[in-house]
Design a protein around this ligand. Sequence first.
Ligand SMILES: NC(=O)c1ccc[n+]([C@@H]2O[C@H](COP(=O)([O-])OP(=O)(O)OC[C@H]3O[C@@H](n4cnc5c(N)ncnc54)[C@H](O)[C@@H]3O)[C@@H](O)[C@H]2O)c1
Ligand SMILES: O=C(O)C(=O)C[C@@H](O)[C@H](O)[C@H](O)COP(=O)(O)O
Ligand SMILES: [Zn+2]
Length: 354
Amino acid sequence: MEKLHINLDEKSYDIFIDRGIFNEIGKYISKVYKKKKIVVVTDTNVDKLYGDKLLKNLKMSGYMPAKVVFDAGEENKNFETLTEVYEKIIDSEIKRGDLLIAFGGGVVGDLAGFAASTIYRGIDFIQIPTTLLAQVDSSVGGKVAVDTTRGKNLVGSFYQPRMVVIDPDLLKTLDEREVRSGMAEVIKYGAIYDSEFFDYLLGKEDLKSSMTDIEKIIKKCCEIKAKIVEKDELDLGLRMILNFGHTLGHAIEKYYNYGKYTHGEAISIGMYDITKLGERLGITKPGVSDKIKEILKKYNLPIEDEVEIKDLIEIMKTDKKNISGILNFIFLSEIGKVEIKKVGEEEITNKLFK
Ligand SMILES: NC(=O)c1ccc[n+]([C@@H]2O[C@H](COP(=O)([O-])OP(=O)(O)OC[C@H]3O[C@@H](n4cnc5c(N)ncnc54)[C@H](O)[C@@H]3O)[C@@H](O)[C@H]2O)c1
Ligand SMILES: O=C(O)C(=O)C[C@@H](O)[C@H](O)[C@H](O)COP(=O)(O)O
Ligand SMILES: [Zn+2]
């Protein structure tokens, strides 16, 4: 069993990683929650696979769980779903002081986490991530949000969970496309922070061989994310590096109304594109984009799309790294090293992508 700790003073918490840990969930919850009532928020797919089991496990540990289920998919990470989720939580007689469990992939974690941060002005929550992407990234660090018609994650907050419980066995039912999407965020950590980890991922024979080491990979990613979030919880500086590939990636997701690419696939295209741009601008060492291409290809991730940059520019301006009209673009200087470049809104067209 691996236990990591993320140190954020009174908001600090543990991340537990182990195969089969889901079956003993009550034991872990009791470390941070002493009362009885819990609301589990999940999506339709996760509910079908694991909903009954989670409720049974919770009841066996003496909890009184209720369940709120919403339709799976990024297209439902919005205010309409959020309103339904609030109302169902209220109807299930959950009060301030009770606990919410976000049980699912990144969509559930982001939406349920935002519900937890706002309902009754905030109730405690725990993350039980069920996709690779959520286990390596979205369940850690407290960014919670929903999309609006104008763009990704535009309404949200920073709200740390009380605990993250990661069971890699839950990934056995995940389809391959979703595993590959999670790998895009895994590759991101190597690219921005740890060239040795990058080379290790590049040296793997294929996705299957990475999956045999998945516990080690999840731990590595959570360690990196924890270190970064500890230094900059509110995304004002260092944390922005976790957004490598995301300015373009989020714009691509939005451009296709979340229907063409998963989040991981979109940021895969974004990581390759921004690295090529970095080379053209002399920020990134020559040859780095070939390495990024090689690793993304190895994990069967997309690297380009036919959308024209002019169609993405307006969407990119809604990015949350746009601070008072100055965008922060994340470039690699080399593998494992990052440069944040400030670009005025008007310079995006006439300087960056000219
Ligand atoms: N908050 C953050 O720091 C952060 C970080 C990265 C990504 N995100 C967000 O996360 C979202 C993407 O998350 P995702 O890739 O997990 O997508 P997702 O939550 O949509 O899950 C992908 C699919 O897998 C299904 N699923 C989940 N667990 C399963 C399991 N164990 N077995 C079978 N099917 C399962 C889901 O129902 C869904 O259909 C995006 O909205 C992105 O913006 C947030
Ligand atoms: O935790 C972070 O910080 C990240 O940027 C992680 C990203 O992988 C994630 O997609 C995040 O939701 C993007 O945040 P946003 O602020 O660009 O919406
Ligand atoms: Zn991401």
